[in-house]
Ligand binder design. Structure first.
Ligand code: G3P
Length: 221
């Protein structure tokens, strides 16, 4: 399963990329807005730092605007995936951009039918938002199971990119189902790294090493 980071924050992107954890990045207008500044600068930097796919989202809602923005976004790099919303114009743009060799991520997917239609339009990725479904009392992970089952019956070549992830258990469940990608807010990736027994274990190792040093000051590794 690939791991993408769901952020436009350069510090986080560099931090986890240096650990070799990142297969790609997803952004959206809200994440760009959170960082402030000119999104152009962030887009330029992110596409340079990350070798894998970087989803950059259009803000137009009609076909011609999406096409124009999609082509402009693609100029940031060959690793740019144009993100379009799950709307009729979004699917039309998905079909046209995909036919021109520009990969597309169809976002704001909340049903298996939407995922099926996005796949039919040629999407490289579909982005079901599981946390937002959980928020309204629906089972987000059940949607991933449904999409996985449907996609495994056919040969669309579309990848399931699980988005709106809220906690590490979402990640484990998505991996068990066999989702292609999870896109994680930095806070979730940070939680995945840590375990209290790792912290305590390391503290104990270092305390024992100090004891050894007191008995034998020449001790070394
Ligand atoms: O990639 C889309 C995702 O960021 C949405 O997450 O937490 O705003 O529902 P959230």
């Amino acid at each position: 399963m690939k791991i993408f980071l769901d952020t436009a924050n350069l510090e986080s992107i560099k931090k986890y990329n240096d650990m070799g954890l990142l297969d790609g990045i997803t952004t959206n207008p809200s994440l760009m807005s959170k960082e402030g500044g000119n999104p152009k600068d962030a887009m330029e930097e992110i596409t340079k730092i990350i070798k894998g796919d970087v989803s950059l989202e259009v803000v137009s809602t009609e076909y011609s605007g999406m096409m124009e923005e999609g082509k402009r976004l693609r100029e940031y790099g060959d690793n740019v995936v144009v993100k379009v919303p799950m709307t009729p114009d979004g699917l039309k743009a998905c079909k046209s951009l995909s036919s021109e060799g520009i990969p597309v991520n169809v976002t704001l997917i909340f049903s298996a039918n939407q995922a099926l239609l996005a796949a039919k339009s040629g999407a490289k990725y579909v982005s079901p938002f599981i946390g937002r479904l959980d928020d309204i009392g629906q089972n987000g992970m059940y949607l991933i199971k449904e999409i996985k089952e449907i996609f495994s019956n056919y040969d669309f070549g579309t990848q399931i990119l699980v988005a709106s992830i809220r906690h590490p258990i979402h990640v484990i469940d998505a991996a068990k189902i066999g989702a292609d990608v999870v896109t994680l807010p930095p806070v979730v990736l940070e939680k995945m790294l840590k375990h209290p027994l790792t912290t305590i274990g390391l503290e104990n190792f270092l305390a024992d090493w100090e004891k050894l040093k007191q008995k034998n000051p020449d001790a070394t590794i």
